[in-house]
Design a protein around this ligand. Structure first.
Ligand code: DC
Length: 223
């Protein structure tokens, strides 16, 4: 690895805490931060806004290809724009979470977004912490540090509920966490660590503890 650049790849299921942990690590090391899930969400927002039927495969592929995506790489100031519109808050709505698998389960859409993600990672001058489902395996398998962050389902559902301000019933919560993970894992394995990927179980760790464990791993493996 070039001594002046560091690429850290973090994968994990919904609610594993990977976004907060990845931001904390980026902040601590002065690196950029890429939320690849936000890109899948932004494309989903654009196709719904355009009235595209999420089950119309060709139309979903075309919307993904045509989406003009811009994303902040600042862990302290996240924003996402698609086709010129700021969708930072809109992409967190339950309607997006319920539909995003329509994009994430099409290989053509994945290939398009993976290509954009690789370009972003390569262009980050000091390096980057990139998080998602396939970063350690597909997007950046040659990253300096590769980590799979998991947590037990009960903890993941509780975290997602807290993120939504507690205003969600049990069925919607299970849909947003368990059903979505089951659908998303048909093309990508993010429940077991691939060869060379370190598995960290964050079930009993605080956010600070998780960040520290990742920083320790970086110190052990990348420096
Ligand atoms: O991490 P998240 O919940 O914001 O991700 C939104 C969706 O995007 C999720 O359903 C899975 C998908 N995704 C993916 O398939 N690959 C990635 N690298 C990141 C997200």
């Amino acid at each position: 690895m070039p001594a002046d650049r560091l690429v850290i790849a973090i994968d994990g299921p919904s609610g594993s805490g990977k976004s907060s942990a990845a931001k904390g690590v980026a902040r601590s090391l002065g690196l950029a931060y890429l939320d690849t899930g936000a890109m899948y969400r932004a494309v989903t927002w654009a196709l719904l806004r355009a009235g595209v039927d999420p089950s119309d495969r060709d139309a979903v592929i075309a919307s993904t290809r045509d989406a003009d995506l811009e994303i902040s790489l600042d862990p302290d100031a996240p924003w996402v724009r698609v086709n010129g519109q700021d969708v930072t808050d809109a992409i967190r709505e339950p309607g997006i979470s319920a539909t995003v698998s329509a994009v994430a389960t099409l290989p053509e859409c994945r290939a398009n977004l993976v290509e954009r993600q690789r370009a972003i990672i390569e262009a980050a001058p000091a390096g980057i912490v990139a998080e998602g489902r396939d970063i350690t395996t597909v997007v950046a398998p040659d990253a300096d540090v590769r980590l799979l962050l998991t947590a037990d389902p009960e903890i993941r559902m509780a975290r997602r509920k807290a993120e939504l301000g507690g205003k969600v019933d049990a069925e919607a919560l299970a849909d947003q966490v368990l059903r979505r993970d089951a659908d998303d894992s048909t093309l990508v394995n993010f429940t077991t660590a691939a060869d060379g990927v370190t598995h960290l179980d964050g079930t009993y760790l605080t956010l600070e503890g998780t960040i520290q464990a990742i920083l320790d791993l970086v110190a052990r493996t990348a420096r």
